[in-house]
Design a protein around this ligand. Structure first.
Ligand code: GDP
Ligand code: MG
Length: 163
């Protein structure tokens, strides 16, 4: 377990799907409804010969009050603070949203290291969304498909130096 990776991003971008792929089990609930992951969930991640701790966070919610959203957001901030590296996931099919930009700003200020991933990039549907993601100023987005296991070799290449 050489580093801790937190998967963060707004609800429904595919964080739990990616978490399950990295731990090789269905530990996290995947759902069409946003906001299903309410707690931090930690597992033993593996990618090729890499071994690491992976955290599936609640979606980064914008509300700062004591609502469920506020709690989810605080949990996520805890994940960010505990992680050596944050994998910031956006939905390449949906394109960039205001929530993505808001939280990119938080990650820029708060995270030690950010890797940007444009998920749902299987096929050609995600091309425009991945292009838009450049505007976040977090470097070149990795084009991945958590559901179909695409782009895992690129993810390996960016994580390898952190091991
Ligand atoms: P979370 O809220 O960020 O944890 O997102 P989930 O992992 O629960 O996924 C939300 C929805 O996106 C589910 O319907 C998933 O099946 C779907 N999804 C996740 N990854 C992919 C992907 O790579 N491609 C496509 N097309 N859908 C995906
Ligand atoms: Mg989830």
């Amino acid at each position: 377990m050489s580093f801790t990776l937190a998967i963060v991003g707004r609800p429904n971008v595919g964080k739990s799907t990616l978490f399950n792929r990295l731990v090789g089990k269905k530990l996290a609930l995947v759902d069409d409804q946003p906001g299903v992951t309410r707690d931090l969930r930690e597992g033993a991640g593996r990618l090729g010969d890499l071994r690491f701790v992976v955290i599936d966070s609640a979606g980064l919610e914008m509300a700062e009050d004591d609502s469920l959203q506020g709690r989810m957001r605080r949990l996520t901030e805890r994940a960010v603070d505990e992680a050596d590296v944050c994998l910031f996931v956006i939905d390449a099919r949906a394109g960039l949203t205001a929530a993505d930009e808001y939280f990119a700003d938080i990650l820029r200020r708060r995270a030690r290291h950010v890797i940007l991933a444009a998920n749902k990039s299987e096929g050609r549907a995600g091309e425009a969304g991945a292009m838009e993601a450049y505007a976040l100023g977090l470097g070149e987005p990795l084009r991945i498909s958590a559901e179909h296991g695409e782009g895992m070799d690129d993810l390996y290449r960016v994580l390898m130096p952190l091991a």
